[in-house]
Design a protein around this ligand. Sequence first.
Ligand code: UD1
Ligand code: MG
Length: 478
Amino acid sequence: MTVPLAAVVLCAGKGTRMKSEKAKVLHPILGKPICAYPLMRALELGASPVVPVVGHQADEVERSIRAHFPTAPLRFALQKEQRGTADAVRSAESALKDFNGRVLILSGDVPLVRRETLEALSAAHEKSGGVLSLVSMSPADPTGYGRVIREMGNVVRIVEHKDATPEQRQVRECNAGIYLVESSFLWKALANIRSANAQGEFYLTDLVEMAAAQGPVGSIEAEFGEAAGVNDRVELVARAKELQARINTWHMRNGVTLTDPATTYIEEGVAIGSDTELAPMVTLSGATVVGRNVTIGQGSVLHASSVADGTTIKPYTVLEEARVGERCILGPFARLRPGTDLAEEVHLGNFVETKKARLGRGSKANHLAYLGDAKIGAKVNVGAGTITCNYDGVNKHVTELGDGVFIGSDSQLVAPVKVGDGAYVGAGTTVTKDVPPGSLAVSRTPQLNMEGWVERKKARMAKSAEAGPSKPDKASAG
Ligand code: UD1
Ligand code: MG
């Protein structure tokens, strides 16, 4: 039987070095707040409950976490005063009072820890049979980190940089701040931690010496790049670049071509099929799903959208909560807003904007159109400059175009209105009444040609020039 797992994620610190009005853990890395990453890892491992410890800007941090994990088994704990990492974990005790098992402790400002590393920590813990295991790392410059002190190879304690002797500071192996602890040991030991140290804080790291007194301390070593935290904006970008490279590499290994991975931004959680190609400066965010053999042109931005196999998206096209069928052609410069739903082989060209618009198979709007609140059938041709007038100043109304409809250029469709199957709307028409299937609607005034008008105009102008410049009017001359 597997031992129950809970997690505590420390998110209470201020992050002074960010020099920000916003709590450090809320600063984004590839579209998600820093603290969302350790929370995701804890949830992936099946930890339940997961306790975010909040303190500085507690309300904002809690709101943001709830918004990112609406259905997760979260229990929030409040650390009123930031008195150190041990005090932070202690704040989670009441949220976990009915929990018996192992508690994974993560820092809310260490975003890149991989699931595999946490699984290895769990395996090391299992093997050691002790009450606490930890992750260590060996940064090139260990200044500031707690040092892992070993005797005969066994971890015996952690000494914080500020409390370390010169010999202890020579130790390269550092504490990453990631632990797996038996709950039966954790709360009792935390109650015995004192703040008699260089910083006058309650150090969580003091747990390690207490655990070592009871048995072996399990440990695994992680790459520094994975266990590094975020303290200022330079480190924020360094972690973001590292995550970007990790995600992009993963997709390339899965058969996706990235023309210029350095400028390609793919958020965690995006899925892309093989043989799809992303040009430079493409951003894929939210729960976006892209199929196979899709081409996404330079500068395109896709958020929370799905694109089926074989579709071509030309440069600078923006999709938000849109669904695109197979073998469509979009852009350049098309904008698909929420509720856009395209069947197969739909073409939307330059400067076409859609919102809550459904287009049937093979329909086309190739230039300059606004299609909002529209139900459009199959094989419809929407001419350049067509606008669905969906808003009367108070309410939104629906435009319906049947299969095979042809809308001439520069037409306005004043909703609510329906154009029946196979009907034609002449160019420049303002459609205010339903058009029956198979008919032609035209609303423009008949054209009038005034023959010889230009010659007559020139003659009038020549005559007035002979009469000399017109006199200034009295009002302005005065
Ligand atoms: C901590 C470790 C150190 C380790 C380093 C790794 C201790 C005493 N030291 O040091 O051994 O090498 O992490 O990055 O634990 N927090 C709270 N409440 C508090 C204090 C901190 O929630 O009262 C949170 C912070 O928001 C942060 C995490 O705990 O997410 C770590 O705190 P931080 O102050 O950064 O600890 P370090 O000094 O970096
Ligand atoms: Mg830190």
